[in-house]
Design a protein around this ligand. Structure first.
Ligand code: PHE
Length: 453
């Protein structure tokens, strides 16, 4: 192993970085409306079961590869299966991360824009229709979203350039606790609004009429996306863990963090939506249209409080998104630095510029390029669908196959618990069984469900 390779300073630092990757737009923006659309409590229960019984083992498989390979995605596969085509899985990870970084940064840019607006002027006297036209200005004009995307991606590039310890570790150590505290405060605030109870009931009442095979596929897909599985981010971060830190507990804490955060976000968004008399099924526009409207409505009676909550909320979205973005950025960076021997500064610049260009196309596809279609999708949704429905699932499948069928069991168990905590090793046979037999079948099933209309 390269003795100069940087590492996280402690297990806590690794967990916070992993949680930073996991907790993202998927939690704040996607999870709440999925709960709304796919049957409330039923969706929640399946999501909970999938997260701990299926996604967690997949997380372990991915982390085992990185911790044993001690390199990024490409380097780890090259080291563990030299002379084989397994390194192509590394290429797959780099391609997926490159794509997601590009379009995720566009949405992160919107969050940055809303944060800047909430600090500068707040959202006074928005009606529902002006909230909608504000969002279309922020997302579909030419320059404003491109500038926001540039700022957002640029900040990520700076953190990446600073390295693992001084960049990623320091940043996530500061932002993750702040993010949690802010969201918990906003949750109490949201739950205290008049009419919020209806929202809580809505979330906790199982709506069997909305249950179908799709509910299962979406719950599992969301759980994978939310834990950042299948793209090499878990692998790459695990490769920066110290020898003595066990994957077993890091994975468990990360899943607990991620699950709690998804739940907290839903308890922020859905009760507020009900309190304002809006529809929870509004889908993706909930965070960028409904919430600013709700905050502005509150501002009529409590302007200061509403302003503070607005700033806290968009600051949370911003932190959640940027800590996820840097994890994907790092997958690409690790490859250029380790396998291509390019300096970290140069690598971050190269990735910044290439993702910036692709991101611009994605951004413009909400406006002037909206008529350009790839397989019937706009540029943005084409890349989103390609990466999160296909490439990510394929990546996850190859990880579990590698650990279950290619790597020997002893190496896997060594990485899993580092032999220190004998107690945790007892759970290994269960996880190994899932990795080897259950996960491949289930992942293939989700993959195929993409083709069911
Ligand atoms: N888990 C992140 C979220 O919930 C998204 C992500 C996916 C990040 C894959 C890194 C890799 O938003």
């Amino acid at each position: 192993m390269d003795s100069n390779r940087e590492q996280f300073g402690s297990r806590m630092a690794a967990v916070l970085a992993l949680a930073g990757s996991a907790v993202g737009l998927g939690n704040i923006w996607r999870f709440p409306y999925m709960v709304g659309e796919y049957g409330g409590a039923i969706f929640l229960i399946f999501y909970l079961i999938f997260t701990f019984f299926l996604s967690l083992p997949v997380f372990y498989a991915e982390a085992i590869i990185g911790k044993k390979g001690r390199k990024g995605a490409f380097g780890s596969f090259s080291a563990l299966a030299p002379g084989t085509n397994w390194k192509l899985v590394g290429v797959l990870c780099i391609v997926s991360c490159f794509i997601i970084t590009s379009y995720y940064s566009v949405v992160g840019g919107w969050a940055t824009d809303y944060l800047a607006r909430s600090v500068a002027t707040g959202f006074e006297s928005l009606s529902q229709s002006t909230a909608t036209s504000l969002f279309s200005k922020v997302s579909s004009s030419v320059w404003e979203p491109i500038i926001a995307h540039t700022v957002f991606l640029g900040l990520a590039a700076i953190i990446i350039k600073l390295g693992i310890k001084n960049g990623i570790e320091k940043f996530t150590k500061i932002t993750m606790p702040i993010l949690f505290v802010l969201m918990i405060l906003i949750m109490f605030f949201s739950l205290s609004l008049d009419g919020a109870k209806e929202g809580v009931k809505y979330m906790l009442r199982p709506d069997f009429s909305k249950f179908s095979a799709k509910t299962l596929a979406f719950a599992l897909g969301q759980s994978f996306f939310s834990l950042s599985l299948g793209m090499g981010t878990v692998l790459t971060y695990a490769s920066y863990m110290r020898d003595e830190d066990s994957i077993a507990s890091a994975g468990l804490y990360t899943s607990i963090f991620d699950f709690s955060f998804a739940l907290i976000s839903a308890f922020v968004v859905i009760p507020a939506v009900f309190a304002a008399g809006l529809e929870p099924g509004a889908g993706p526009s909930l965070v960028f249209e409904s919430l600013p409207y709700i905050f502005s409505k509150m501002g009529q009676t409590a302007p200061v409080l509403s302003r503070v909550v607005t700033i806290f909320f968009f600051l949370s979205v911003f932190f959640a998104a940027i800590t996820s973005l840097i994890s994907m950025f790092e997958v690409c960076t690790a490859h250029l630095v380790e396998d291509r021997k390019i300096s970290r500064t140069k690598a971050s610049l190269i990735i910044f510029f290439s993702c910036w260009l692709l991101g611009i196309l994605c951004s413009l596809s909400f406006g002037v390029l909206e008529d350009i279609k790839l397989f019937g999708y706009t540029i943005f949704s084409f890349f989103d669908t390609l990466a999160s429905n296909y490439l990510m699932t394929l990546g996850a499948l190859l990880f579990v196959l590698f650990v279950g069928w290619k790597m020997d069991r002893e190496s896997a168990i060594d990485q899993f618990s580092m032999r220190k905590s004998r107690k945790r090793e007892k759970t290994f046979p269960y996880f190994y069984f899932v990795i080897k037999y259950v996960a491949p079948v289930v992942i293939i099933a989700i993959f195929l469900s993409n083709f069911i209309k």
